[in-house]
Design a protein around this ligand. Structure first.
Ligand SMILES: C=C(O[C@@H]1C=C(C(=O)O)C=C[C@H]1O)C(=O)O
Length: 420
């Protein structure tokens, strides 16, 4: 575990500012952090402190200590996302990955939420936050080619088949299997392009950028605002067709599909069970709704509960991860089967990604529909997708589902999905 903290006495100052317009236009080219949805959110500039390579509990304790030492002077006390923030991203399985847990505390944050806009600066006494200039247009990636490596369709389908056998043998009920593709551009990728395009095209998703992990996730692992926690559970997926009438038919068949409903129930139960010790008054919907995204339809359930005092969003994210949506049921058996079959270091894909404030409020999505830019080769990105495998899963269908889930990253990179 390594971390660095601010040198000397610092304080956080939040000021309200006039609406700066579209936030992604201010993203710095280097070391950007971002969290955007429907034109709102926060972006961060610079770095005053970093936690790297420990557990959720250690990260949570580190952030609490840091906040206890930081004075905060704010014109906007009642708005979630104001004040000093940590942006975090966590590996799917720290024990099976070269990637490490990360919390990054930006020097300056630009935010816009519920019609109000602000700047928060962490600096010396008397330092005033200033709106940075809008950036020049981001460059579209060009000349992308797929690197060799990663599993071919036949191999991945073989792994799915092996998983189905283990499930029908009664070893476990569900396992989520993922695959990755590596793409290399002619020049270093511009994170601003990827973030800007994803947040435009996938407005209902949470677009994130933390240490080169960039994506647009539809799945909110956990939001804590005041005393309330919300978790959006997704499981059960159908590819969209594009024609509205057919999509409607698909949505209806998804809502009635026994396989998808059973898979969904497992995912909801895993979240409800993990939340129960830390909450009261939980509401678990009886039946899911259909969440429509440009590329896929998902079965979705929004679980809400009242959180016990002193339990931060990060602590809860650590308790909920890995949910059945990205790991399986039972968790330990599914995690072991993933390690055995998947042949992939998931890195921070399918781990929690989000932000945390000084009160312990925050939002952590599951890092899905995303790619990781290689820090040593910034022209290279690894994109990931996976799906829940149950006894009735058909390997060819599951492959097609991963292609549909890769579509957002393929689109913004300018890669043809036919090639995957
Ligand atoms: C694992 C992914 O997605 C997860 C798996 C789903 C499914 O199997 O139906 C649906 C949404 C996510 O919870 C991914 O997008 O990579």
């Amino acid at each position: 575990m390594r971390h660095h903290e601010p040198l000397g006495k610092l304080q956080a100052r939040t000021i309200e500012i006039p609406d700066p317009g579209e936030l992604s236009g201010y993203l710095p080219r280097q070391d950007a952090v971002a969290w955007l949805r429907r034109g709102e959110g926060m972006i961060g500039f610079g770095e005053v402190a970093r936690f790297q390579g420990g557990s959720f509990a250690e990260a949570d304790a580190w952030w609490s200590r840091l906040c206890a030492e930081l004075e905060h002077d704010s014109e906007l006390l009642d708005l979630s996302g104001t004040g000093p923030l940590a942006f975090g991203s966590f590996p799917f399985a720290a024990s099976h990955s070269r990637s490490e847990a990360l919390l990054i505390v930006p020097r300056l944050i630009l935010g816009r939420r519920r019609g109000r806009s602000w700047l928060t600066l962490i600096g010396g006494p008397g330092d005033q936050p200033e709106l940075p200039p809008r950036q020049s247009a981001a460059a579209a990636p060009s000349g992308l080619r797929r690197d060799v490596g990663g599993l071919a369709e036949a191999d991945w389908r073989g792994i799915v088949e092996a998983a189905v056998t283990r499930i029908t043998d009664g070893e476990l009920s569900k396992v989520v299997l993922a695959r990755a593709e590596v793409h290399t551009a002619e020049r270093p990728l511009d994170p601003r392009w990827l973030v800007g395009r994803l947040s435009e095209e996938y407005r209902d998703c949470w677009t994130f950028c933390v240490a080169g992990l960039i994506g647009a996730s539809p799945e909110m692992l956990l939001r804590r605002e005041g005393g309330l926690v919300t978790s959006r559970v997704l499981a059960g997926t159908i590819r969209r067709n594009g024609a509205e009438e057919l999509d409607l038919k698909l949505a209806r068949s998804l809502a009635r599909s026994g396989k998808n409903l059973a898979e969904h129930e497992l995912a909801v139960a895993s979240v409800a069970e993990a939340l129960a010790p830390f909450t009261s008054g939980m509401n678990v919907p009886d039946a899911p709704y259909v969440l429509e995204l440009p590329n896929v339809l998902h079965l979705a359930s929004d679980v809400t509960a009242v959180v016990r005092p002193g339990v931060s969003a990060l602590r809860l994210a650590g308790e909920l991860h890995p949910s059945a949506a990205v790991c399986g049921t039972p968790t330990a058996d599914a995690a072991a089967l993933i390690a055995e079959l998947e042949q992939l270091d998931r890195g921070r894909y399918s781990g929690p990604v989000g932000w945390l404030d000084a009160n312990g409020d925050g939002e952590f999505a599951i890092a899905l529909r995303c790619g990781q830019i290689d820090p040593d080769r910034p022209e290279t990105i690894t994109v990931y997708a996976g799906c829940g495998i149950v006894a009735e899963s058909d390997p060819a269908e599951e492959w097609a589902e991963t292609v549909a889930k890769l579509l957002p990253m393929h689109q913004v990179l300018g890669v043809s999905s036919a090639a995957s």
